[in-house]
Design a protein around this ligand. Structure first.
Ligand code: GLN
Length: 501
């Protein structure tokens, strides 16, 4: 089953010409045909374009060209938030209509240069606003481990496609947890890099001071490889940072002796599921047995993270989404005058959650409320960042559960936005602080059997340390090797009404 293998296993065999890039792609396409009717990870895919990419790579391999490319022949799925030249871009929304991207996002250019086959438009919450992929205008995605449950969000399609073996790896975006949370719910590895580590050029903006691009993979080594490919400064993104990109693979030496890991006392929240807690406690013991020193730390402002995030993110979103007006991009609903045209287009084009965020964001930025909400939230954000920077003077990384519970039922939280927002309780502060974080599989709930994620948070540009710890942990356990029991065909059709209300 080529679609279930990892980068190193596959690229070596492609270079030896034991297998072709075309065969790897075909394995993914076959899997997609077998299971995507059930899980609906893809909004759309262009098999002919992917075959052409794979054939080009095979021709190059035959000529001995570019054999050292790190992603040679790897089928990488993309969340529907990245611009890929000549491919549709919807951002999980109706408002972009039949928009086709005229250019490649920087990460897409980098993937192609590294030999990847860039494939598919993976489902997501509309404009990345959500924690369940239920707000997509294209219907919901189901969790490959249990088709009655959500895959997490907003990058639920990316996580589900990787977990189900429809792609070898995928990219997502993480504004408040949208890579780590679905990775935890679907049992894969998800990494949110430090703000500025990866270019956002060609990533449709949700909240520009929080968004980062990152990988979904089936193991930590592949995450290290993919991160190295996509990282680095970009003249087209002024917030990308000119910091050297380390060789992340070299950091995976398995040695945790002397490393200090902090356990924040504030993360023992009331809604923390007992099975999640016990899996994380065992993972912490495992890290200790591997040589890490675990000590309690305090992040005194952690409690304010969700409230702060749900002021800053909607504020930025309300500004970023102003451009979708029926004039510049995508769909247009006519009106008698320009104002009516804007209102009709935005009224019909955006879903309920996006409208809620725009209203909230406009409110907190309006004169009279700006100081009370937005400015205050920015001050709290600084305190949250300072908490982390102080903690990182004592410890090399911080450990928490990725989510308070395992994947929840479809529809369980969609009528209660506050409950939905709280499912990001452990992931949000990382984005506010601009630091990096990773989620790795650390166990399963008993019945039903659902994956649990362990989150590690690291210093700004401390991805190498995170990957090192995550890799050592992963290699001492077998959680990452378990695949969802997803049979071909049958089951749900994945076309349920994905609107949250
Ligand atoms: N669930 C969070 C939200 O709805 C985070 C989303 C994200 O990271 N894109 O805002």
């Amino acid at each position: 089953m080529l679609n279930q293998l990892t980068f190193s296993e596959l690229t070596a065999r492609i270079v030896q010409r034991e297998i072709s890039a075309r065969a790897v792609l075909q394995a993914c396409l076959d899997r997609l045909t077998q299971v995507d009717g059930q899980i609906h990870a893809f909004i759309s895919h262009d098999a002919a374009d992917a075959r052409a990419q794979a054939d080009r790579l095979d021709a190059e391999v035959a000529r001995g060209v570019g054999l050292d490319r790190p992603l040679l022949g790897m089928v990488i799925g993309l969340k529907d938030v990245f611009a890929v030249q000549d491919q549709p871009l919807h951002c999980g929304s109706k408002i972009l209509g039949n928009f086709i991207s005229p250019y490649d996002a920087t990460v897409v250019t980098k993937l192609k240069a590294a030999g990847a086959v860039v494939f598919g438009r993976l489902n997501m919450d509309e404009f990345a606003m959500g924690s369940s992929t239920e707000t997509s205008a294209f219907g919901l995605t189901r969790n490959p481990w249990d088709l009655t449950r959500i895959p997490g969000g907003s990058s639920g399609g990316s996580a589900a496609a990787v977990a189900a073996g429809e792609v070898i790896a995928a990219l997502g975006s993480d504004t408040g947890g949208s890579i780590r949370q679905p990775a935890a719910f679907c049992g894969c590895v998800g990494l949110k890099p430090t703000y500025g580590r990866v270019s956002r050029y060609g990533l449709v903006a949700f909240a520009s001071s929080l968004d980062q691009v990152g990988p979904f993979t089936r193991n930590v080594q592949d995450a290290a490889t993919l991160l190295k490919v996509i990282s680095g400064p970009d003249p087209r993104d002024a917030t990308s940072v000119d910091q050297p990109v380390p060789d992340y693979l070299q950091a995976l030496d398995g040695d945790l002796q002397g490393l200090r890991i902090g356990l924040p006392r504030e993360f023992q929240i009331p809604g923390l599921d007992a099975e999640v807690k016990s899996a994380v406690d065992q993972a912490i013991q495992q890290l200790q047995s591997l040589g890490a020193r675990v000590e309690e730390i305090s992040l005194p402002h952690a409690d304010y993270a969700a409230a702060t995030y749900y002021i800053i993110a909607p504020a930025e979103a309300s500004a970023n989404l102003a451009r979708f007006d029926g004039i510049r991009y995508g769909m247009r609903a006519e009106g008698n005058d320009p104002l009516e045209l804007y209102c009709n287009t935005r009224g019909q084009g955006f879903g309920a959650e996006v409208k809620r965020r725009i209203i909230l964001g406009t409110y907190v930025l309006s004169s009279g409320y700006y100081d009370a909400y937005y400015l205050r939230a920015q001050k709290v954000r600084t305190l949250i960042r300072q908490d982390f920077l102080q903690a990182f003077e004592r410890v090399d990384a911080i450990v928490t559960p990725t989510t308070p519970t395992a994947a929840f039922k479809i529809g369980e939280k969609s009528s209660d936005p506050l409950q939905m927002y709280l499912s990001d309780a452990f992931t949000i502060s990382c984005n506010l602080a601009g630091i990096c974080g990773i989620s790795v599989p650390c166990g399963f709930t008993r019945s039903p059997r659902l994956p649990i994620g362990l989150q590690l948070l690291g210093k700004p540009f401390g991805e190498a340390t995170l990957l090192k710890i995550a890799h050592a942990y992963e290699q001492s356990t077998s959680w990452h090797k378990v695949r969802p029991p997803l049979a071909a065909g049958g089951g749900a059709d994945g076309t349920g009404d994905g609107r949250s209300c």
